[in-house]
Design a protein around this ligand. Sequence first.
Ligand code: ADP
Length: 372
Amino acid sequence: MAASFQGFRSLIENSPDAISLIDTQGEILYGSASTTKIFGYQPEDLVGRNCLELIHPDDRDYSSRLLREVVAKPPGPLKWDARVRHKDGKYCWVESTLSNQLLEAEVKAIVMQQRDIQARREAEAERQKQSEALVRSNLRLEEFAYTAAHDLREPLRAVSLYTEMLVLNTPMDANATRLAKFIAEGAARMSTLIDDLLTFASTGKHEPLRNVDLGDAVTQATENLGLAIQSSGAEVTIDRLPVVRGREIPLVRLFQNLISNAVKYGGPDPIRIHVSAQQHGAEWVIRIADNGIGIAKEHQERVFLPFVRLVNRDIPGTGLGLSVCMKIVEGLGGRMWVESESGGGSAFSFTIPAEGNVVSMDCRVEAVAGGR
Ligand code: ADP
């Protein structure tokens, strides 16, 4: 047998992977020098043993099935990961590739190529552990933000109510009236902040996915913003938008936040907002473009973080709108970004999976209000 391996052996002897030749039952006929490096065994210790014996009991049935498949369907290389016992008794993760060379005159065996992937597996397990810990910690943080915001409502209501009663029932000089007005304004700002925090913290709590017509979602959003759009004189145009698998209320909120920002951060020209969609492979890219004040390059990633605002207090807002949008998009498996230039308008885009979930397309163009 060994003589017929000579040509083949010279090719594999220097390979960093362990290469073994096995018969149709898994018995090892030959092992390359690298088997020592990976498994600790000298090649001659392995010859005559069954390779399935060295595989972890939990991975053995599956591995044995793959061997039978490769034997039945030449040459079909098959690759899989399994734990293999090292000479020191510990199991290590190994990627094995089996190819059927039974009909090759030089080989006449199943070729098994094995690579040590223990470090890769450990890194993957560590990453998985970290991402699960992050999800748990985010959930706890959301719970905390939700409870804190919820509990702050009551005392805030009391502050507003008693300030109002104080103003109505107590004779006050101009200075005291001015101070009471500051308290009322502060309480109103805090109330908006609490509402936005509650929205942010509850955005991750999912209702089931349904087919949502994005055209209807934008229409709903523009209706909700009717007053703001009309008083700003903004013109909103909407292209054909797809039907996607999503959650209606969050999707309306997503469009509402983006369109409301486009109105709030309009520039000197009459505000124009355009909503469009393009399919790129397995996803839709939905774009909300405006001709407003724009966002400088260095701030374009930051604006998606909670509480980041680039404007002064004269423009109302809590800095939570875009982080809510990002959470909604990520909750549907998408990504979100902005393309913009300071003074040159902004285009916010988000992706939403399209594969297998597009039911129909709708076409509408809507000018909610004319120019200023
Ligand atoms: P808010 O509008 O309550 O401040 P957001 O999270 O929605 O909070 O937005 C964060 C910041 O990003 C805003 O304060 C603003 O500076 C900037 N921004 C958002 N949308 C736009 C836009 N369409 N054009 C220019 N700047 C924008």
